[in-house]
Design a protein around this ligand. Structure first.
Ligand code: NAD
Ligand code: DAU
Length: 340
């Protein structure tokens, strides 16, 4: 059984100007009016203050800063009762091109936050990924569980795995009150155009052909980002200390199917795309078994109709061109240099 509810009143959300972090800040703002959120974000290429501008005020405050800055954390953390840690370098392809920022932000940044949580007795929730478990074969009936051994493949996923291990060590050795969640692939509004689904939608909107890596049969386990937010809130407030929970919504689909869905919804020929060079070390399949989260904490996803979720996401990119257009040309130029 889960322990008594934890009722945070004043939380720090790192990376709250990124894709999933900003969706979480909106989720807390919309559903928990008694909670104050301090967003700590360095506004890297992936962070955009516009994601939360409409809700900045008494209940949501923004601090521009780096999670590796220990002095800033000393000033910021006291007085808060929880840190929810989303900030990261998050894109696999970038980690292959240049791993260094991944080591700094994902490993050192997590270390700095853990030290602050330890020093000021603040509860800590660590947002991580299913990629720490490596990949599964397409014909393997298995799915990832909390017991699956760590076997990360990319520089990105190995830094996330490292950060998970630091969190566990800080719990066992120093008693930091923590929980960890490992979630599958998110989709929804505010996702950077470098990622698979927004890249293809915005390519089509710009009259460019979508780009599919390898044979297109790699499987991802898609979850709407709002369901990720509700799961993180559930784990933060009801999860058992020291525990890891996997988050997923039974959304396995291969990339070719997802791309053809997008093309069809947008009124294009489902074969109107380019096959491009594969990602080195490309994980074949991810699949989450979220039984522990569902049974122990009673969480269920709301967005169970993937087609409806994709239509909503396409509408968001159609209606928010000013949000994504500034990043599009540089992102595609980078992919072009990589042959992708
Ligand atoms: P994102 O790249 O969209 O956003 C990352 C945010 O972190 C940005 O706002 C950026 O400015 C900020 N940031 C980066 N370095 C920082 C630093 N040193 N100090 C302060 N802020 C910094 O990432 P995302 O896709 O929203 O992912 C958020 C978290 O969720 C990550 O920890 C990621 O590993 C995890 N996750 C992502 C997915 C997914 O499908 N995208 C799935 C599971 C878990
Ligand atoms: O599983 C969770 C992870 O999901 C998170 O930890 C990562 O932060 C997040 O970026 C995501 O990682 P992926 O590498 O799975 O996501 P990405 O959007 O980069 O790619 C999804 C799939 O689509 C993958 O199999 C590669 C493929 N792809 C990607 C791009 C950008 C293409 O075929 N074409 C593309 O243009």
């Amino acid at each position: 059984m889960a322990e008594d509810f934890f009722s945070p009143r004043n939380i720090i959300v790192t990376g709250g100007c990124g894709f999933i972090g900003s969706n979480f800040v909106h989720y807390v703002y919309d559903n928990h009016p008694d909670v104050h959120v301090t967003v700590l974000d360095a506004l890297t290429y992936a962070g955009n203050l516009e994601n939360i501008r409409g809700i900045l005020g008494d209940r949501v405050e923004f601090v521009h800063g780096d999670i590796c800055d220990a002095e800033l954390l000393d000033r910021l953390v006291p007085g808060h009762d929880a840190i929810v840690h989303y900030a990261a370098e998050s894109h696999n392809d970038n980690s292959i091109a240049n791993p260094e920022p991944f080591l700094r932000t994902n490993v050192e940044g997590t270390y700095r936050l853990l030290e602050a949580a330890r020093k000021y007795g603040v509860r800590y929730h660590h947002v991580s990924t299913d990629e720490v478990y490596g990949d599964l074969a397409l014909d393997d009936p298995a799915r990832f569980t909390e017991e699956t051994p760590y076997r990360p493949s990319s520089p990105y996923s190995s830094t996330k795995a490292s950060s998970d291990l630091l969190v566990r060590a800080w719990h066992r050795t120093f008693g930091v009150r923590m929980t960890i969640s490992n979630c599958s692939n998110n989709y929804g509004p505010f996702q950077h155009v470098e990622k698979f689904i927004p890249r293809q939608i915005t390519n089509i909107l710009e009259g460019q052909r979508p780009k599919l890596y390898g044979d297109g049969l790699n499987v991802r386990d898609w979850i709407h980002t709002e369901d990720h937010s509700s799961a993180v809130w559930t784990i933060l407030t009801r999860g058992r200390l020291g525990e890891t929970y996997l988050i997923g919504a039974d959304g396995e689909r291969n990339n070719l199917t997802v791309l053809r869905d997008i093309l069809t919804v947008m009124g294009r020929d489902p074969d109107d795309f380019d096959w491009v060079k594969d990602r080195p070390g490309h994980d074949r399949r991810y699949a989450i078994d979220a039984t522990k989260l569902r049974r122990e904490l009673g969480w269920t996803p709301s967005h169970t109709d993937f087609q409806a979720g994709i239509r909503g996401t396409i509408d968001w990119y159609v209606n928010n061109r000013a949000w994504w257009e500034p990043a599009k040309a540089a992102t595609e130029a980078k992919y072009k240099r990589q042959g992708q």
